[in-house]
Design a protein around this ligand. Structure first.
Ligand code: HH2
Length: 287
């Protein structure tokens, strides 16, 4: 089935959410920085995630963790494009997403075989990116972020909202409208509240707790909670790679609340948990 039709199905509860595997080809990502910087290690990791059932592989060549420095387009292309090209050659079915805020990087990634652009700035950082995605008929993830990665957790004494869920919802509705106005087909737009991006632990928890309010916008919603620091703070697990149980709890919760795509580092375990939830739903379970 075509990927975006699949996402629409998960929106209506017909299928379990799709799993997006994280592939960071960076030296400094918060949980796996430096591990997949080498192209062949990255391709092996991507193939492994596809074998485990990842429907999407999200290739990122710039860390957006709090405090991260921007990476030039040239460097992002050098890191990501060989991996995308090799993965596309090996797997025809997998959807490849490029995690970038820059049009030049997205353009090169689409040439190499990507079809989805995951932009944590929701098309605000590079004015060329939206029109380019429209021209090429690609899909886009529009994510909410307060501030910029370098300072988003610290500027002005820390993240602040009157009602985080209402404000994120309004922002996403406005960016959705803007993306459509530059010619991106609505059926190819995914929304993401951006857990951990300019948010305190309480803000992240509120967004998950009231996720149905974001889902009510009617577009597929992506949730990326995997291994994030708010999961560590709630569960008391310090090491990111050891935050599996908390990450699974978030994935299951997001599925129950109507998320369509779950972005994770631990693909096999997440798929297992989501299948269980889907089975319970099919048997008439209500949460
Ligand atoms: N989270 C991260 C990066 N990109 N994109 C979307 N749409 N949603 C997210 O929640 C999201 C994202 C951060 O996670 P990770 O890629 O593991 O870390 P880093 O940014 O340090 O590379």
């Amino acid at each position: 089935m075509e990927f975006f039709a699949e996402c629409a199905d998960t929106c209506s509860g017909k299928g379990p959410p799709v799993v997006m595997g994280v592939l960071n080809v960076t030296p400094d990502s918060f949980s796996d920085g430096g591990v997949y910087l080498d192209t062949s290690a990255a391709v092996d990791r991507a193939e492994w995630m596809v074998d485990q059932g990842a429907r999407v592989v999200d290739v990122g060549a710039e860390s957006t963790r709090p405090g991260a420095e921007p990476v030039s387009a040239r460097e992002q292309i050098a890191r990501a494009v060989p991996v995308i090209r090799a993965l596309r050659r090996a797997h025809r079915q997998v959807v490849i997403s490029i995690d970038t805020r820059l049009a030049a990087v997205a353009d090169a990634a689409l040439d190499a075989g990507a079809e989805l652009v995951n932009d944590v700035s929701a098309l605000r950082d590079d004015p060329e990116l939206g029109p380019m995605i429209a021209r090429r008929g690609a899909g886009v993830v529009l994510m909410h972020m307060q501030g910029q990665p370098q300072t988003m957790q610290t500027a002005g004494g820390g993240p602040r909202y009157d009602d985080v869920v209402a404000e994120v919802k309004t922002f996403l509705a406005q960016r959705l409208e803007w993306a459509e106005s530059v010619g991106i087909d609505r059926s190819r737009i995914v929304l993401d509240p951006g857990l951990g991006f300019g948010k305190t632990v309480q803000h992240n928890l509120a967004l998950l707790a009231r996720l149905d309010e974001i889902v009510s916008l009617g577009s597929p919603v992506l949730i990326g909670a995997s291994r994030k620091s708010f999961v560590g703070q709630v569960t008391g697990v310090e090491v990111p790679a050891e935050r599996l149980a908390g990450s699974l709890a978030c994935a299951v919760w997001a599925a129950v609340k109507g998320a369509s795509i779950i972005r994770v580092h631990d693909v096999a375990q997440t798929i297992e948990a989501l299948r269980m939830i889907h089975g319970l739903r099919g048997a008439g379970g209500h949460v």
